[in-house]
Design a protein around this ligand. Structure first.
Ligand code: ZN
Length: 314
């Protein structure tokens, strides 16, 4: 009996430790406020950032970079002036160049303006073990004022990567922080490796479209995504073991919004488009939708998956 009580006490203290390990509720909103605050336009940064010595011994990791859309798939919404496919490829290629000096092996799902089906993108990602998959997108919405950065993941193993990338990209962007979100994008749901999709701002928003077209900002986005990739193992976890491994580092685990069963009003247009185009067939086979944005809606047709969001415990 005494042993039992002792066990309970130990378990209690462990739980308390785990709970205390959660990021302070206010931290995100404070950060968010900072991200929302107006900032000066980004200035070009010289490309002389030295490769940190500590990075030199980092075990080689495969990073599969997925530039959203391409070829006949322009991305975005009808009538959108700035083609998403061009912006995503530009950032992806910059990211590739930035990761190489750190010893990463970079694989591109596309390296030019070609159409690559989502199924192929996933197959490429899944053909590498111990790899990570980073999809680069820009957002679009009929509501012109919609703006900000958001980062998506689906599997719980992808959360640290999503957290780290979002922490840097949103923190370094002159636009609002829309948070980390869990959602069943095809490319996230079907990949077996940690997979993240970054929406680097709304091309339908005049201000963000202007930023997105500047090479300085594209470079900045690539740098921040790259930083998130490099430091993903340093994300503070609710797991005591992981926190120990992370050595008191300062990349906080981002709280996330589970949108698995929720539609963002800004993305409702995708639903309309999908419904009109797929009213008769509801097959759950993986037809390769043009857009990963609209693909987020596709999950609802397949999507009565296990509802339990994997929250933060790993
Ligand atoms: Zn997209």
């Amino acid at each position: 009996m005494r042993r039992f009580v002792l066990t309970l006490a130990l378990a209690g203290s462990f739980i308390a430790t785990a709970v205390c390990g959660l990021p302070a509720p206010g931290s995100h909103s404070a950060r968010e406020k900072r991200a929302v605050a107006p900032r000066a336009p980004p200035t070009p940064r010289p490309q002389t950032r030295a490769v940190a010595v500590s990075q030199a011994n980092r075990p080689s990791t495969v990073v599969v970079i997925d530039a959203g859309h391409g070829g006949i798939d322009r991305g975005g919404i009808p009538g959108q002036r700035v083609p998403e496919k061009t912006m995503t490829l530009d950032v992806a290629q910059r990211l590739k160049a930035l990761l190489a000096p750190y010893g990463y092996r970079v694989v591109m799902t596309r390296d030019s303006d070609v159409f690559v089906p989502l199924g192929t993108r996933v197959a490429i990602a899944n053909s590498y073990r111990d790899a990570i998959f980073v999809c680069i997108h820009f957002n679009a919405a009929p509501r012109r004022s919609a703006n900000g950065i958001e980062t998506y993941f689906y599997s719980s193993q992808s959360l640290p990567l999503a957290s780290a990338i979002h922490y840097y990209v949103a923190g370094g962007a002159p636009t609002p922080n829309r948070g980390v979100r869990r959602r069943g994008f095809y490319v996230l749901r079907k990949t077996t490796i940690p997979a993240v999709l970054v929406e680097c701002g709304f091309l339908t928003n005049a201000g963000e479209a202007q930023y997105a077209q500047s090479s300085a900002y594209q470079q900045k986005l690539a740098e921040e995504i790259g930083r998130g990739i490099r430091e993903r193992s340093l994300v503070a976890s609710t797991s005591a073991a992981n926190r120990l491994a992370a050595n008191n580092t300062t990349v906080p685990l981002q709280p996330f919004i589970d949108q698995t069963h929720y539609r963002d009003p800004d993305l409702v247009r995708s639903k309309h488009r999908k419904r009109s185009s797929k009213s008769s067939s509801k097959s759950k086979s993986s037809k390769n939708k043009k857009s990963s944005d609209s693909d987020s809606e596709k999950k609802s047709s397949t999507g009565k998956k296990k509802s339990a969001p994997a929250k933060t415990e790993d």
